[in-house]
Design a protein around this ligand. Structure first.
Ligand code: 3PY
Ligand code: ZN
Length: 629
């Protein structure tokens, strides 16, 4: 048995300890480390208790029961992951093609909360249900659980390492394909990275447990995806090449993105050697009739299995999937009911019944899926402060075409710059900007460029005509200049020349792939630099995170040194701190717990400092924290 510390040791407290006791009980020397970890945790708790968690209103810590854990029927079945591990990527492709039923990807760990809860779902809450999903839903094609915005949000707002999340989940889910969203040459960032950074990122992610890489480019520009696709293939993993869907193939007045456009792009993607074709309807504008037509035609165009992704913003998601399923789509993205609908994916449990008794019903143990959803129903309540608040199907998405996660994000951005009350204008301007830019594909990071420009115009009371008139004297947002300089690649049909001239003010623009101009990164030099900054030997995954997000990563390291692994706290405590007199338990290692009680919160002194009195594993501890209010 592990000894928590000497005062909790039975032999010691019973007074029977002999002098040999210390020699024979080396685990006592864990005490300083434990004490250190305890102190760090108290630093975090004291600060959140006094000052609150950034960005959420302080309404007190809610009283909620622990999330219900499901009792499942355990199913022993060969999974897609088992096939990949034993027979390789091509065998998975054959398995998908041979499946008469439509297969499901569960996005609950990634896009669902990115789209509904500002990407705030914590590893702790994922860990609680991970093995239930692995064992209760073996028929899932995959779990999308990494990438997109989750990478930087984990560091930035949750004080956790995305790599640790990946490892912890991998351990609990050995039989589930892990899928990530990868922004092609922008990796998990908002800018172009040198080729060797892209390759290194994919290699490390594959080693750490990612199986399926959904690779897209925010402008659907093939040259930005090719390297990634090849690197994934070389790593023996599954490359899903992606078409981002925009426009409306059935609207004859809007044919920039026509059926033929999608068919041609699908063929080009197939020629790269990708295993699967993903259709990424990031905003949820693929209407049911269009879905039927698009998938039917693509099935006749390419031999790869087709994996469809949509968002339920308009309320039509299930019908869209039903159309796509009839047309032969192989895999669809769904979220567990409690994390579905609205700007998230359609509900896994609903689609099951929508397709039941049909020729292509979904492969799923529905009873297990429903029980697992009770867990999510409870967990979602912890994240109430981050709810986007969309309470109705929003058909306006067919006009503004904002990606699922962007709507609430842009709203927050608008509020932050004092434009909250003019958000309707921001949305209307988003549409205008899209047309000024030539009707571009909008998904991270190109969607951010459009959003930044819309905010800029509203903030400066600029109309479209105003931009052309006053352009010379305007300081456009950095992301907009960067986009027009060709640093995100080339949009379909090229840049609108007149606007490009105004925005670049005579600076040159790239017409070829940005990666051709980016110097390769010297990983050894960066590793040295980073090790010095961190004060310990940087590993390759530290280095790659630092390259993606230098400041965010270093900030995370600083907070880690100060507050320890706060990812182990339960979510209510993480977001709200502790109530007076409350007692919590934190398992910091198997069998090693911190038992913490908050006994007293002192009044602020003249400098605004408060003393908090805790009891940590039986010992009284004081923490001083500055009250920021
Ligand atoms: C991301 O890139 O994070 C997205 O989810 C795009 O849809
Ligand atoms: Zn999405």
């Amino acid at each position: 048995p592990f000894l928590i510390n000497v005062v909790n040791d039975e032999q010691f407290t019973s007074g029977l300890a002999q002098t040999t006791f210390i020699d024979n009980t080396p685990s006592l020397f864990d005490f300083p480390r434990l004490r250190d970890r305890g102190s760090k945790t108290l630093n975090y708790l004291a600060n959140i208790t006094v000052n609150g968690y950034p960005g959420i209103d302080r309404q007190g810590k809610p009283h909620l029961e622990p999330a219900r854990l499901p009792e499942l029927e355990l199913l022993q079945k060969e999974t897609a992951k088992n096939i990949l591990d034993s027979r390789g990527a091509e065998a998975v492709v054959d398995f998908v093609k041979a499946s008469k039923e439509v297969l499901l990807t569960d996005t609950s760990f990634r896009d669902a909360h990115q789209s509904l809860l500002a990407t705030r779902l914590r590893s702790q809450d994922m860990k609680g249900i991970a093995s239930s999903i692995d064992q209760g839903l073996p028929e899932l094609f995959s779990a999308e659980m990494w990438g997109g915005a989750t990478f930087d949000v984990a560091y930035r707002f949750l004080n956790e390492s995305p790599w640790l999340r990946l490892r912890e989940l991998r351990k609990r889910m050995p039989n589930t394909l892990f899928q990530m969203l990868f922004r092609g040459s922008n990796a998990v960032g908002y800018q172009n990275y040198p080729d060797n950074v892209i390759e290194e990122f994919i290699k490390i992610s594959a080693r750490e447990g990612i199986d399926v890489f959904r690779i897209f480019d925010s402008l659907n520009w093939l040259p930005q995806m090719e390297k990634s696709i090849q690197t994934v293939r070389d790593a023996g993993k599954i490359a899903e090449a992606t078409i981002c869907y925009t426009g409306d193939i059935l609207d004859s007045s809007r044919q920039k993105y026509s059926l033929q456009y999608y068919k041609d792009l699908a063929k080009e993607l197939e020629a790269t050697g990708a295993h699967i074709l993903a259709i990424k309807d990031m905003a949820g504008v693929l209407k049911p009739q269009a879905a039927y037509r698009l998938i039917s035609e693509l099935k006749d165009t390419v031999d790869m299995p087709i994996h469809l992704h949509t968002h339920d913003t308009s309320g039509n998601g299930i019908i869209t999937y039903s159309g796509a399923t009839q047309a032969g789509v192989d895999i669809i993205d769904v979220a567990s009911a409690s994390l579905s609908a609205g700007t998230s994916q359609p509900s896994m449990q609903s689609i099951y019944y929508a397709l039941e008794h049909g020729p292509r019903h979904a492969k799923l143990n529905i009873s297990n899926a429903e029980k697992i959803d009770h867990y999510w129903e409870d967990v979602r309540k912890y994240y109430a402060p981050f709810e986007g608040g969309m309470t109705r199907p929003q058909t306006e998405v067919y006009k503004h075409a904002m990606p699922g996660g962007q709507y609430s994000n842009l709203k927050a951005q608008a509020t932050a710059v004092g434009l909250g009350h003019r958000f309707d204008e921001v949305v209307a301007t988003y549409e205008t900007v899209n047309m000024m830019f030539g009707d571009i594909i909008k998904v991270t990071p190109s969607s951010k460029v459009v959003g930044d420009m819309a905010l800029f115009m509203v903030q400066n009371d600029l109309t479209e005509a105003g931009v052309y008139e006053k352009g010379e004297s305007l300081n456009f947002p950095e992301s907009v200049v960067n986009f027009f300089a060709g640093n995100l690649g080339q949009p379909v049909g090229g840049f609108p020349e007149k606007l490009q001239k105004i925005i670049l003010k005579g600076k040159p623009a790239l017409t070829d792939r940005p990666g051709l101009h980016a110097e390769p990164v010297d990983f050894e030099a960066i590793q040295k630099e980073l090790s010095e900054k961190m004060g310990y030997e940087a590993r390759d995954y530290h280095v790659i995170s630092y390259l993606m997000y230098p400041e965010v990563f270093l900030d995370y390291q600083r907070r880690l040194a100060e507050m320890g692994r706060v990812t182990l706290l339960d979510s209510l405590t993480f977001f709200h701190g502790m109530r007076l007199g409350e007692k919590i338990e934190v398992e910091i290692q198997k069998g090693k717990n911190l038992i913490i009680r908050l006994d007293e919160i002192g009044e602020p002194d003249l400098a605004g400092n408060r003393v908090l009195f805790f009891n940590l594993n039986g010992q009284r501890r004081e923490v001083v924290v500055k009250d920021q209010s």
